[in-house]
Write a protein that binds this ligand. Structure first.
Ligand code: ZN
Length: 480
């Protein structure tokens, strides 16, 4: 490691007993500097700075685990009653310091490490690395107010076990593979036939609870179950509920993590009855629910505003909020990046108590900074993204017509940031992130990855400012 100290991040200075710590930066990388007896706990190299001996330690997963043992505030924690929790996915592992700054002076609980398995696979990262990036940012900023780590959209027992084993404080269980959406719009005869296949002891218990019963949520909302719709809901959701109960019993209960149940990754909108049924069953069966993510009407495409009728959204969202309030958990809004037209509705109807997930927008802010500060790199990324769009569409759904994206070869450098203002190019750049980050030349070298990291390191101040501003706009809009 370079034996030079060029910059010390002032928020990172810590003293523990007779040991001193800070995060420094030289021309090559950031590192942890430790002086005193604690230095021997870390892996690094001895160096002299201002006639004092330090160990300069790379910001590895291994060293982050030692920091977590020494400084409790660097560990992810549960949300514990904080009204607004904001998921801030960081696909590069560089955004958390900007995310932290965006919540300073607010009561927002930041979930700094939030990645799905799909994102891990598309970026070639591990849960250990995702969490370590957040730990180092928290330490660097000296942020002691607590943050969360969300194993997002996990589907299997092994995935949940892996995230919890790394210390994640929140698990979002994606139940989509257990939701029988093929029956959501099926003929009633098919639904009935499927219903008869459920174990008799199950259906008789469910019938006793729900069939032809009404549940008063508040003075305006009553949830009722007539026989056809009761049967349909049971058929569609019963297996998903069992899956969530099993995962809770097997892993979550003993680990004590915030448990979100996601039923949003489906084609059909979640009805209030279905939401009530799922929630009531989970709670009746002993699950402590932190949040539920229903599928709302309209489209929640990545990195762009809500597409749909906001009046219809509001009407529907209000019912879901009432159900969540009745049971005492939070409503969770997924794909929440840039949904500015509905943020005021979310904030108002929930009384400022909700969970919102963002991720793609921080990647787009990275590209905005690259478009401003490293125009040639941006041009290459932009061209690559367009050329590889068909591949990316296999993972992400967008409806955007891309024919309105102006040919970049005729655009001046000053015009490049405008591509980050336009919905169609935003979506193209959003969904191709995995291909961009993992693209390799024939000799096995990454084409963009190292240059993107290099540029964002060089223009760290700009990237931090862009994130602080843009995530800050999300927070402000939810309070409007
Ligand atoms: Zn989701």
């Amino acid at each position: 490691m370079e034996n030079t100290v060029m910059h010390i991040y002032p928020g990172s200075l810590q003293v523990r007993g007779v040991s001193a710590f800070f995060i420094g930066r030289n021309d090559k990388s950031d590192y942890l500097a430790v002086a005193g007896p604690d230095a021997e706990l870390f892996t690094g190299e001895i160096a002299m700075y201002q006639s004092k001996q330090y160990k300069l330690c790379p910001l590895t997963v291994e060293n982050s685990q030692v920091i977590r043992e020494l400084f409790a505030f660097t560990n992810p924690v549960r949300c514990e009653g904080r009204a607004v929790s904001l998921g801030m996915g960081d696909r590069l592992g560089l955004a958390s310091y900007g995310h932290i700054r965006s919540v300073l002076g607010t009561d927002v609980f930041p979930v700094l490490a939030q990645q799905s398995m799909r994102e891990l696979n598309l970026t070639g990262r591990t849960y250990e690395e995702v969490l370590a990036a957040a730990v180092w940012a928290v330490f660097r900023e000296g942020y002691t107010k607590g943050y969360g780590a969300d194993g997002d959209h996990l589907k299997t027992s092994e995935e949940v076990k892996y995230a919890l084993g790394c210390g994640y404080s929140m698990i979002t269980l994606d139940c989509s593979e257990h939701i029988r959406n093929d029956y959501a719009a099926a003929e009633q005869g098919e639904v009935d036939a499927q219903y008869e296949k459920l174990p008799r002891e199950v259906t008789s218990l469910l019938e006793a609870i729900y069939l032809n019963r009404s549940f008063s949520i508040d003075s305006e909302l009553t949830i009722s179950f007539g026989e056809p719709e009761f049967r349909r809901i049971a058929v569609v959701y019963y297996q998903a509920i069992c899956h969530a109960v099993d995962i809770y019993e097997e892993h979550i209960k003993s680990a004590g993590a915030d448990f979100e149940v996601s039923i949003d990754e489906t084609l059909s909108v979640t009805t209030p009855q279905a939401h009530f049924f799922v929630a009531n069953e989970l709670i009746r069966r002993g699950v402590e629910v932190f949040s539920i993510a229903p599928r709302f009407p309209g489209e929640f495409q990545k990195g762009v505003d809500y597409i749909g009728d906001t009046v219809e959204f509001e009407r529907d969202f209000e019912k879901h909020v009432k159900i969540a309030e009745k049971f005492g958990y939070k409503i969770s809004v997924h794909s929440g990046s840039d949904k500015f037209s509905i943020f005021p509705i979310v904030g108002r109807l929930t009384g400022g108590r909700f969970h919102l997930k963002t991720a793609g927008t921080s990647w787009l802010e990275a590209l905005r900074v690259i478009a401003m500060c490293a125009p040639n790199l941006y041009r290459e990324i932009h061209t690559f993204a367009l050329e590889n769009l068909a591949d990316a569409r296999k993972y992400y759904h967008i409806t955007e017509d891309i024919s309105d994206i102006k040919d970049i070869s005729s655009a001046a450098d000053d015009d490049l940031p405008a591509y980050l203002e336009q919905n169609s190019s935003r979506q193209v750049l959003h969904i191709t992130y995995g291909l961009i980050l993992t693209a390799k030349s024939p000799d096995g070298q990454t084409i963009f990855r190292d240059r993107i990291y290099g540029a964002l390191r060089e223009f760290e101040t700009e990237y931090g400012a862009a994130l602080e501003r843009h995530l800050g706009l999300h927070i402000v809009a939810c309070k409007a």
